[in-house]
Design a protein around this ligand. Structure first.
Ligand SMILES: Cc1cc2nc3c(=O)[nH]c(=O)nc-3n(C[C@H](O)[C@H](O)[C@H](O)COP(=O)(O)OP(=O)(O)OC[C@H]3O[C@@H](n4cnc5c(N)ncnc54)[C@H](O)[C@@H]3O)c2cc1C
Length: 405
């Protein structure tokens, strides 16, 4: 295991050599994959990162087991202003390709559900594999190295806390804004702007929602309760668990909805995605059972109690009018919540938006206006759904740039 202490250089390469063929900023998923591919082509490569470890986000991804790809991957699993942009890179680096790398390094993996591939042991194994691959092709990695300035005059000059480096190609693999404690920064977006490239609006995504004040008070006691729902945002629907938190809603269905949510928009939650609850009411039409007792047979009791206390007047079913039952059923199939906001970049798994794909070649990831400058991974306006798609985009875009940089 090459666990590298702060300030040291991983590998091998001649660290005194200040001119490289390729400099890659960001030693995360996309940067390391790109470095390996450039190295395989015989390019001299320097990877620079301002934190003290490689692959910080890989390490925490998938709860430490890294959901590193998805077997069902298609371009439809990605959001971007240009939905076709990711096609080319995804077609050239498929789930099978990352599985081959994982297998080469004897990393055991398994399919959790719906094509989501995880490490059996630890995400650290993937980082070790990437570091070893980098070593084998002579990639130099400088950690705890701060970039202070970048200029272009024929070659790129990168001024850092460790000295000045120059290169023919410069690859920006600095990721998005989420999880600044793991090294995330707006560096890539700022650099794009510096070179007059457009950046789309960015927002935290795959992130829990925060309830409005009143809802927060009402539902905070339910923290930890999770159950199956369908969460709709506009025309998009996500089937899966919601999880109540102290401040709002998380869980896979809510997190995915956050990709599409804009402030002020309501979420509609179908609390019975697999059941027509109106029919259930009608089948118990003559019953003296309280509505909340019936509902507790299908949903967590504490949730039902809280929901009924605030949304309806629970009474025996045989005392409800047809209209009342219909309206309650509608409310259960479309519980409307207008979140106050999201938990923001501190806990968002990704940043939606980024360098505008109009600025980049979908084949090479190179900036059209600035030959030699490449953007890969999360810094680009390509964002995946939950389930291994974001790491796969990092691999695929890193691979694409790695064939040309
Ligand atoms: C908690 C969490 C769990 C996740 N789980 C999954 C999952 O299971 N599956 C999945 O597909 N996706 C997951 N993701 C998303 C996934 O980790 C990212 O989309 C992916 O790592 C992006 O890769 P990247 O190479 O673009 O950027 P990153 O992996 O973020 O790497 C960027 C690198 O650039 C460095 N950097 C930033 N600014 C500078 C600077 N100014 N100077 C030098 N270096 C800089 C950073 O230190 C970092 O090392 C998760 C994210 C989080 C936060």
């Amino acid at each position: 295991m090459l666990d590298v202490p702060a300030g040291r250089t991983v590998n091998a390469g001649n660290s005194m050599q200040m001119k490289k063929d390729v400099i890659i900023i960001g030693a995360g998923a996309s940067g390391l994959l790109c470095a390996i591919e450039c190295g395989k082509r015989g390019r001299s490569v320097l990877v620079i990162d301002h934190v003290e470890r490689t692959g910080s986000k890989i390490r925490v991804s998938g709860g430490g087991r890294c959901n590193f790809t998805n077997l069902n991957l298609t371009p439809d699993h990605y959001l971007s202003r240009n939905p076709n942009f990711s096609r080319s890179a995804l077609a050239r680096f498929m789930p099978r390709d990352i599985l081959s790398l994982v297998e080469k390094h004897h990393i055991t993996y398994y399919e959790k559900e719906m094509g989501q591939m995880f490490c059996v042991k630890s995400a650290r194994e993937i980082i070790t594999a990437l570091e070893q691959e980098c070593c084998q092709v002579g990639v130099e990695i400088r950690l705890s190295c701060r970039v202070s300035d970048i200029n272009h005059a024929g070659v790129f000059t990168v001024k850092t806390s460790e000295g000045s480096y120059s290169s023919d190609s410069l690859v920006i693999a600095t990721g998005g804004l989420s999880y600044s404690k793991l090294g995330a920064s707006g560096f890539g977006h700022e650099l794009a702007r510096k070179f007059k490239l457009k950046v789309t609006q960015v927002k935290p995504a795959l992130v829990p929602f925060v309830f409005q004040g009143r809802d927060q008070k009402v539902f905070k006691g339910l923290a930890g309760i999770a159950f199956d729902t369908t969460v709709s945002i506009g025309r998009k629907k996500f089937r899966g668990n919601i999880l109540f938190t102290h401040r709002g809603l998380s869980g896979p269905a809510a997190l995915q909805a956050s990709l599409y949510w804009e402030p002020g928009e309501p979420l509609l939650i179908d609390l019975f995605p697999a059941l027509n609850i109106h029919r259930v009411f009608l089948s118990a039409r003559q019953s003296k059972m309280e509505l909340h007792t019936l509902l507790s047979g299908h949903l967590p009791k504490r949730f039902v109690q809280t929901w009924c206390d605030h949304m309806i007047i629970s009474k025996p079913i045989n005392q409800c009018s047809d209209k009342e039952l219909k309206s309650i059923a509608e409310g259960l199939h479309a519980w409307k919540i207008v979140p106050k906001g999201t938990e923001g970049y501190d806990v968002a798994e990704v940043t939606a938006g980024g360098v505008n794909t109009d600025e980049l070649s979908s084949k090479t990831m190179e900036a059209k206006k600035m030959p030699g400058l490449y953007f890969i991974g999360e810094v680009v306006d390509v964002t995946g759904l939950l389930g291994g798609y974001n790491l796969h985009w990092a691999w695929a875009s890193g691979y694409a740039a790695g064939q040309f940089a």
